[in-house]
Design a protein around this ligand. Structure first.
Ligand SMILES: Nc1nc2c(ncn2[C@@H]2O[C@H](COP(=O)(O)OP(=O)(O)OP(=O)(O)O)[C@@H](O)[C@H]2O)c(=O)[nH]1
Length: 193
């Protein structure tokens, strides 16, 4: 399988108050945990999708960057995914990971790839706490057409894409910390100890 890794690391971090992908956990930036989990599974290329204001703060080396132009900034995950997928021309699948998930693991990425290998679905999406987790998921390249259609109609919610494609859902038990995503400083205060 030809899989590219796409780490979503743009957005506004308005609830966090500062760019949350650069919050640290055990001396590493949050976004580095997403990069590492993909790298440990030999996924290549690994691309960080970000914007012109944030690019300067990332560590360089071993990853590529896809930069959203000023007019494309803050359009949300569906746009950021479309923008990245359409620029990575040689991948069949895209493993998307948000960059605000410091507890994501190599084993999680491996389990998801194993599912994709045996699936004819358009996307492989975990379910945790009865909720789909589309920012920790695998998407086939064939979704690009539907993504473009939605964006052209100014429909920017990722949930709208999920409704239109064939999903393979992968249940995870409700005590998995890997799905902890950090939105506010209070969220982080609760988990970092
Ligand atoms: N590249 C890119 N990533 C995004 C964009 N919007 C959100 N993300 C990423 O998607 C993940 C989930 O983002 P959210 O927490 O929903 O949105 P946010 O803008 O980061 O934060 P809030 O302003 O607090 O909603 C995070 O990893 C963000 O870095 C975007 O427009 N471009």
């Amino acid at each position: 399988m030809n899989i590219a890794g796409v780490v979503l690391a743009g957005g506004r971090s308005s609830r966090y108050g500062k760019p949350k992908m650069f919050e640290t956990y055990e001396d590493k930036y949050f976004y580095q945990y997403s990069v590492e989990a993909l790298k440990q599974n030999s996924i290549s290329p690994i691309v960080i999708a970000t914007n012109e204001k944030l690019i300067q703060y990332f560590e360089q080396g071993n990853v590529e960057f896809i930069i959203e132009e000023e007019s494309d900034e803050y359009q949300g995950p569906l746009f950021a995914m479309y923008n990245a997928f359409s620029k990575i021309t040689d991948a069949e699948w895209f493993f998307v990971l948000a960059s605000d998930i410091p507890f994501v693991s190599t084993e999680f990425v491996k389990k998801m790839i194993d599912k994709a290998e045996r699936s004819h679905s358009d996307a492989i999406v975990p379910i945790y706490s009865n909720t789909l987790q589309p920012l920790f998921a695998l998407y086939h390249r064939r979704n690009l057409i539907k993504m473009e259609q939605l964006l052209t109609e100014n429909k920017r919610k990722l949930q709208l894409l999920l409704k239109e494609i064939n999903l393979l859902t992968v249940p995870f038990s409700s005590n998995e910390s890997i799905f902890t995503n950090i939105n506010s400083p209070e969220d982080w205060d609760q988990y970092k100890k």
